[in-house]
Ligand binder design. Structure first.
Ligand SMILES: [Zn+2]
Length: 229
């Protein structure tokens, strides 16, 4: 994808500059070398502990978006079948989050891309101001699918997020529960953004899908396909 390519090219350029800078830097005594390794989001990294090349490529792309995150240790699936592969604790996407959220790296990356390519520019167009906060009700959590108790929800694999609202720069709140069906720009924005989410996620649910999603959007990148916007 073009966006991913630009991101990767950016990393390569940044690394090239870093290498150049370190080659030109005066030699330091061993004592002055910092002991602590850089945090995952402190700068471009080539090596991600315990992650294979495909997982690392996603982490590099996620880092290049400017998102702030921490790695979550890999774990074998538990008895309940829930597991989080290549998991990250997303502390900040391109927006402030009401609280950190645990997702797979591909799901976190998709979310940030959707914010940057759709949610943010459309907010600018409709409201003439920035979207600053995303309010969610959870990402990775071990639970069964709604309506099918025998199958694990995509939340049980960290591939889904539930969104209950947003906030604009002037403090205006956009609430799925209160404004999805309302007239005016707030309702229009919520309805249009959930429809647009179908281009980025494989299952999209909301108040138009069923009663279980009357108050929040569900977006996931699992194997099923449904645009219930
Ligand atoms: Zn959900």
């Amino acid at each position: 994808m073009a966006a991913s390519f630009r991101v990767s090219a950016g990393i390569v350029a940044a690394l090239g500059l870093m290498l150049l800078a370190s080659a030109c830097a005066p030699r330091q005594s061993a004592r002055s070398v910092p002991q602590a390794p850089p945090a995952p989001h402190a700068g471009a990294l080539l090596f991600w502990p315990n992650r294979d090349p495909i997982q690392s490529a996603c982490l590099n792309d996620l880092q290049a978006t400017g998102a702030q995150f921490e790695l979550i240790a890999q774990a074998e699936p538990g008895k309940d079948g829930c597991t989080l592969q290549n998991g990250v604790k997303l502390i900040r996407s391109s927006l402030t989050l009401n609280r950190p959220v645990e997702l797979t790296c591909p799901m976190a990356l998709r979310l940030v891309q959707f914010e940057q390519e759709v949610l943010q520019p459309e907010a600018q167009k409709l409201f003439g101001q920035s979207l600053v906060q995303l309010n969610h009700a959870g990402g990775f959590t071990c639970k069964a699918m709604t309506g099918n108790g025998s199958r694990i929800s995509e939340h049980g694999h960290g591939r889904a997020i539930d969104i209950w609202g947003f906030m604009l720069g002037d403090g205006t709140r956009l609430s799925v529960a209160e404004q999805f069906r309302a007239r005016g720009r707030e309702g229009q924005y919520l309805r249009e953004m959930n429809r647009a989410a179908c281009r980025y996620f494989s299952v999209v649910l909301g108040p138009n899908a069923d009663a279980a999603h009357a108050k929040h959007f569900h977006w996931d990148i699992g194997q099923w396909k449904r645009c219930g916007a």
